[in-house]
Design a protein around this ligand. Sequence first.
Ligand SMILES: NC(=O)c1ccc[n+]([C@@H]2O[C@H](COP(=O)([O-])OP(=O)(O)OC[C@H]3O[C@@H](n4cnc5c(N)ncnc54)[C@H](O)[C@@H]3O)[C@@H](O)[C@H]2O)c1
Length: 360
Amino acid sequence: MSYVIDTSVQLPIRPRPISIIGAGAIVQDAHLPAYQKAGWPIEQIYDLDPAKARQVAQRFAIPKVAESLDQFIGQASPDAVFDVAVPAAALPMILPLLPECSVVLIQKPFGETLHEARQLLSICAQRQFTASVNMQMKFIPAVIAAKNLIAQGAIGELHDLEIRMNIDHPWQLWTFLFGLPRMEMLYHSIHYMDLLKYFFGMPKSVYAKTSQHPNQMQLASTRSVIIFDYDRPIRAFINTNHGHAFGTRHQESFIKWEGTQGAIKTTLGLNINFPQGVADTFEYVVLDEGQAPEWQSVQLRGSWYPDAFIGSMADLLCFADGSSQTHSTSVAEAVKTMQLVEAAYRSSDGGGISIDSLTP
Ligand SMILES: NC(=O)c1ccc[n+]([C@@H]2O[C@H](COP(=O)([O-])OP(=O)(O)OC[C@H]3O[C@@H](n4cnc5c(N)ncnc54)[C@H](O)[C@@H]3O)[C@@H](O)[C@H]2O)c1
């Protein structure tokens, strides 16, 4: 039996001019390379740090730099898509100022708590935005390939999904994360929680423990174990350690899906030696009666950065232009993901079953 390994995404018929707020690392490393690769027009950029905005505009040949948010809004095209890529704390100041009925792509996380996510959702509703949150992991080419293989029945019924990151993350690149009360699960593992939801839907409950690392004590927590519990036989979990500072030999960055008839494993090279990264891999195995399991290795085109960022923008634009009825990055979906994050923190804060309580 042969299977189609498809990694394509639907693209908008008519791309909108992109107006960007935030000229930080993610815009430079992923948003702008993605839009350039897709051939989409970028009309302007604005950042609180005007020198940075000018530098980025020069590097990516962006025609206009705004010196203030007022100027930015005033000079945006009527059909612009606003790409807001700033820390979550800045969203409540920016979103209410964008024109009514705008099309808006917002960087994750959608607020720093579930309460804030709901407030942001209501701003989006009041302003009548067509809005997305950039939960783009589902558009990584390897994840699209896995989803399609599973939909074709290649691995039978999916019942096991493991996401493992044992890496040395350069947190010093994101100064805004230092001092926040919630960090790893809110700013990093949120992607993985969104992905478990994408494959299995909302769980019945979440168990989690997030911990500090003795060498990263300025951050609220940098390693987590998160388990999603379903009312059917599913094992779905995330295991992250961002403090594996012992070279790349035993660093790991993978997603593994197991089904009743086969399995898929992809390594996401981006997280190893971030942000330079190493090459990705994609393999799958399908059981064949009487045959020894044989893993197939597939060379996929594209990678997390920048390709997944084409996918999230395309998801929003296709929904906004009416060419697609699905909107998997919608703000409503993002609130559900924030529910998972909130559950994970409450579980972590609540702790496990006390051993003392079982001591006679
Ligand atoms: N989806 C992903 O995979 C992914 C990856 C990395 C970061 N992010 C998210 O993107 C956001 C930005 O991250 P980053 O890595 O670019 O951080 P960064 O610190 O490199 O850049 C943030 C930029 O936002 C600007 N800024 C802050 N408040 C602003 C405001 N009110 N108006 C205009 N500009 C403002 C800062 O001056 C800075 O240039 C964060 O929320 C982060 O969680 C998402």
